[in-house]
Design a protein around this ligand. Structure first.
Ligand code: NG1
Ligand code: ZN
Length: 545
């Protein structure tokens, strides 16, 4: 009865416009902000049910549309250990979001609670945060109305990056346990990352070993960050200023996060990766390192200008190979036995896959697009490195391997340093989800230890020229794939035609799949030269149309 009363009170202002259809996809619900109100309201209800179902553990809600344009927004749920919402619940989310009346919603709540054996009177807890979009505050308050329907305790953390919210959820749910992840505050996040960074730094960089001109103080680590005018800017600013100012010399551009209309415009990781060019407001100095975050700071890509003035991208594949080679070296120096593996998607550059397999001799697993697939596979290794080419990724350390690191007594100083570094990397690298801030600090410390400039990093392997394009088709759902999205099974006959075309190109590779976040089909093509990659991309797009 109480639930009915609450729905009576709140449903009216959050009723769904009849004609709209919504789907909980790889990025949660994401669309134009002005049609999201009814959706976020029911997500509040669903988060409450999920928390009650999990004995009151805290569920996270993030309001963001990542790299999408300013007028978009979105909402996604985060499970108790900071992971993405369990798949079966994505279906409940979609069902709830498409109900058209108060009675239907009430009946669905009752149906789910019966089916899943949820006690509706039991406690439920939620934390919520948002990126810097101007629709954020109003959508937050509509979500909170949804939370009130089932009497959920909540805390609104306001502006955060997506990975910070994941950090908080895991920290809250592990509080006072032996697996405590960190202090469940925003500052706790900064402390955890900066402490790990400093420990690794001090283990390797001493004034004597540095190449600095003045022997007494090593040079500061230099980085310029394009924050896409999003929430990552003020957050990394806070972290470095408060905790790492004496080690890092940094500059943030495109940092107008208070101007929501500037978000992701001519800037950010997606812009840089897709267009393979510099963002606005960067005048590159050759061989200096630059980084771009996306709008909610869960992706990062790096780049530099080479001595000939050419723009060079260091994307998710380059991050993955840099970290894998460093970690592999540490494992061997530690004297420990650990299985390291890399997880990629079909969008990974072919050269990166060859480099990891043939040079690093580390196994590579290919999964469908979407972080939850990569995350799941990475969790099977002692150290699982996963990055999408677009810069979203992280490194997972298994619980078992972390306890090995904690309990091993090293027999040499070299072993000790390797073991300590591996352990601190597990603290520096966000274990819940890809995190631009955490990944940035990790790349910086690895480059500093190796004394590498961006060109040294880039030399590990040479990317095959590639092109990623979108083709608008009448119905993208007819494009069905197999083999981790690398081959089409439908429409009939198309895969054969693609293969015949690809055969004409040296080192040619191409695949076609329907986007999960946009109404389009994506065509990826790579080949030996820029011109051939473009031609292949064109040929395949013509087949798809
Ligand atoms: P779709 O639209 O399904 O290709 C895109 C990205 C994914 C992932 C999701 C979620 C590419 C080619 N695809 O998915 O990697 O990041 O968005 O944001 O970059
Ligand atoms: Zn993002």
């Amino acid at each position: 009865e109480e639930i009915r009363d609450q729905l009576d009170q709140y449903y009216g202002i959050h009723a769904k416009p009849q004609q709209l259809k919504f789907t909980y996809g790889t990025a949660g619900f994401r669309t134009k902000a002005n049609i999201l109100d009814s959706v976020v309201f029911v997500v509040g209800i669903l988060a409450s049910l999920r928390s009650k179902y999990l004995d009151g553990q805290t569920i996270g809600i993030m309001i963001t549309a990542s790299h999408n344009p300013p007028e978009d927004n979105g909402i996604k749920l985060c499970d108790p250990q900071g992971e993405m919402l369990e798949q079966s619940w994505e279906t409940y989310a979609t069902t709830l979001a498409n109900l058209n009346t108060k009675d239907e919603i009430f009946n669905e709540i009752i149906k789910l609670s019966t089916q899943l054996n949820i006690n509706l009177d039991s406690p439920s807890n939620v934390v919520i945060a948002r990126d810097s979009r101007d629709s954020g505050p109003i959508l937050t308050s509509s979500t909170i109305d949804g939370l009130k329907v089932l009497n959920t305790q909540y805390k609104d953390f306001g502006l955060l990056t997506t990975p910070q919210l994941h950090y908080l959820v895991k920290s809250i749910n592990t509080l006072n346990s032996t697996t405590s992840y960190g202090e469940p505050t925003e500052d706790g996040y900064y402390q955890k990352l900066s402490n790990a960074f400093k420990k690794i730094y001090n283990n390797f960089i001493t004034p004597a070993s540095s190449l600095s001109s003045s022997a007494s103080s090593p040079q500061k680590i230099k980085i310029t960050i394009d924050a896409a005018n999003g929430i990552g800017g003020p957050k990394i600013d806070l972290l470095i200023q408060k905790y790492l100012n004496d080690l890092i010399d940094y500059q943030i551009v495109n940092n107008q996060y208070q101007d929501p209309l500037a978000l992701n415009v001519g800037s950010g990781a997606d812009y840089v990766k897709t267009n393979q060019r510099l963002p606005n407001n960067i005048n590159p100095v050759p061989l200096q390192l630059y980084a771009s975050f996306d709008g909610d700071a869960d992706r990062v890509v790096f780049y530099y200008q080479d001595e000939e003035g050419l723009f060079k991208l260091l994307d998710g594949d380059k991050i993955s190979t840099l970290l894998t080679s460093f970690l592999k070296d540490l494992i061997s120096k530690s004297g420990l036995n650990a299985e390291i593996g890399v997880v990629q998607t079909a969008y990974a550059n072919g050269s990166s896959t060859n480099y990891i397999t043939d040079v690093l001799k580390v196994p590579v697993v290919c999964t469908p697009t979407g972080v939850k697939h990569l995350h799941h596979e990475a969790a099977k290794f002692d150290i699982g490195v996963y990055f999408e080419a677009n810069g979203h990724g992280t490194v997972l350390f298994s619980d078992n391997f972390i306890s090995v690191l904690k309990n091993t007594s090293p027999s040499t100083p070299q072993e000790q340093r390797a073991i300590e570094t591996l352990f601190e990397l597990s603290n520096l690298i966000n274990q819940t989800v890809g995190d631009a801030i955490s990944d940035l600090l990790t790349v910086l410390i690895v480059l500093t230890i190796k004394q590498w400039n961006p060109a040294n990093w880039d030399e590990l392997y040479t990317d095959l020229p590639n092109r990623l394009t979108k083709v608008i088709v009448p119905d993208r759902y007819v494009f069905k794939t197999t083999n981790a999205e690398r081959q089409l099974t439908s429409p009939e006959g198309l895969q054969e035609k693609i293969e015949l075309t690809v055969k004409k190109y040296q080192n040619g590779r191409s695949f076609v799949r329907a986007s999960g976040t946009e109404d389009a089909v994506r065509v990826y093509a790579e080949a030996n030269s820029r011109a051939e990659a473009d031609q292949l991309s064109h040929d395949i797009s013509e087949l798809v149309k």
